[in-house]
Design a protein. Structure first.
Length: 376
């Protein structure tokens, strides 16, 4: 039976609460929970905290307890299936059972192997009615909020989002590399909002040399800065580069031993990784696998034309986030140094997900057509 309008409204509220976990709960999923008592009155709500801290259900239960609200016979609405395993924290399914709830409404099942239906099964075994959202905007919203978590669990690689700032004629910089600033301050702030979602931010040695970026999150609260990752085959990153100054960690990934350069980077606080493919370049697929193993759900790419093209040609980019300024620059640097095509059918096909104004600019969000097939 389809969920009621009220169920959908409260699940959407739980999903909105779960947005509070962005920049906080990684690598754990972003989850929200809403509780009502047996009379249907609000009793508590919460969202998942830092890894090792309380999950959304426990936060909501604590709020209800602090307010002296009985949950016997009540209902919980959760944006993701309650966990059933004992990791850093006890199972949330057990906490909901102990609270005496009569019903739990779930927006989306959890794909993680140690949950994956077991949370729902445990609740039902305890006599609790569990209802799941049918295919709907509510289910889609729950999945989208945790698209990186789903990607890491189901594809063993992060969701890769490539951010680009360009002129209306597709230039990311002048021929001499000047690029600050093509887009508006509002667009740059919106870029930080998206960067905040990521477990890691990826760039290349060319961007480090040309722009000396910091690649940290600014203007938004965040518990832990994303890992900064530099693709640098010969470990030529200057030890004075701003992205080595913190806060947070920086990983420089190379393809060949350069003992002196590597020693200097280590002394500057960088973590180093050798990861070469059979052509003597950094192995992009292996890097994404390694980042997933290390708990990176979303990878945010801010790079130049060469690395952008390599990622696109390898089929590793799931989503493009393109900020277009109302400017025409003429000759300059391209979005991606892709090779010439012989026919239009060879083009990389995308699907627009969203278009919105930000300051004087426009943001286009486009997705590889097959990128989210794992969500089906």
């Amino acid at each position: 039976m389809p969920l009621s309008t009220t169920d959908h409204q409260l699940l959407l509220h739980a999903i909105k609460l779960a947005e509070g976990s962005i920049g906080l709960s990684e690598p754990n999923p972003r989850v929200g929970c809403v509780l009502r008592d047996a009379q249907g009155q609000p009793a508590g709500e919460g969202f998942t905290q830092q890894a090792g801290g309380p999950h959304a259900e426990v936060m909501a239960l604590r709020q209800a307890a602090a307010a002296g609200r009985s949950l016997t016979g009540g209902t919980a609405w959760v944006s993701l299936e309650p966990c059933a395993h004992h990791g850093r924290t006890p199972p949330c399914a057990d906490a909901l059972i102990a609270a005496g709830l009569n019903r739990v409404v779930v927006a989306c099942p959890d794909p993680y192997a140690e949950v994956a239906g077991q949370g729902i099964a445990r609740l039902r075994a305890a006599g609790i009615t569990v209802d799941l959202a049918e295919p709907s905007a509510t289910l889609n919203a729950a999945r989208e909020l945790n698209i990186g978590f789903f990607s890491r669990v189901q594809r063993q690689r992060p969701w890769v989002r490539m951010k680009i700032a360009a002129s209306l004629d597709g230039r990311t910089a002048l021929l001499d590399g000047s690029s600050q600033w093509i887009t508006s301050e509002a667009a740059r702030a919106d870029g930080h909002r998206w960067r905040r979602r990521a477990g890691a931010v990826l760039t290349g040695i060319g961007t480090v040399r040309d722009d000396d970026p910091r690649l940290d999150v600014r203007g938004f609260d965040i518990a832990t800065q994303p890992l900064r990752v530099v693709l640098d085959s010969g470990f030529a990153t200057p030890p004075t580069a701003r992205l080595l100054q913190g806060p947070g960690r920086t990983l420089v990934v190379g393809a060949r031993e350069e003992a002196l350069r590597m020693a200097r980077l280590r002394a500057a606080g960088a973590e180093l990784l050798l990861l070469a493919d059979d052509r003597g370049r950094v192995d992009l697929r292996a890097l994404l696998s390694k980042l997933a193993t290390d708990g990176v759900n979303e990878l945010h790419v801010e790079a130049g034309a060469t690395l952008n093209a390599a990622l696109l040609q390898t089929g590793l980019v799931d989503e493009l986030l393109v900020y277009l300024a109302p400017k025409l620059l003429g000759p300059g640097r391209d979005i991606a140094a892709l090779p010439a095509l012989q026919q239009l059918s060879q083009a990389i096909a995308l699907r627009f997900e969203d278009v919105y104004r930000v300051g004087d600019d426009v943001c286009l969000r486009a997705r590889q057509i097959a990128a989210d097939a794992f969500l089906a």
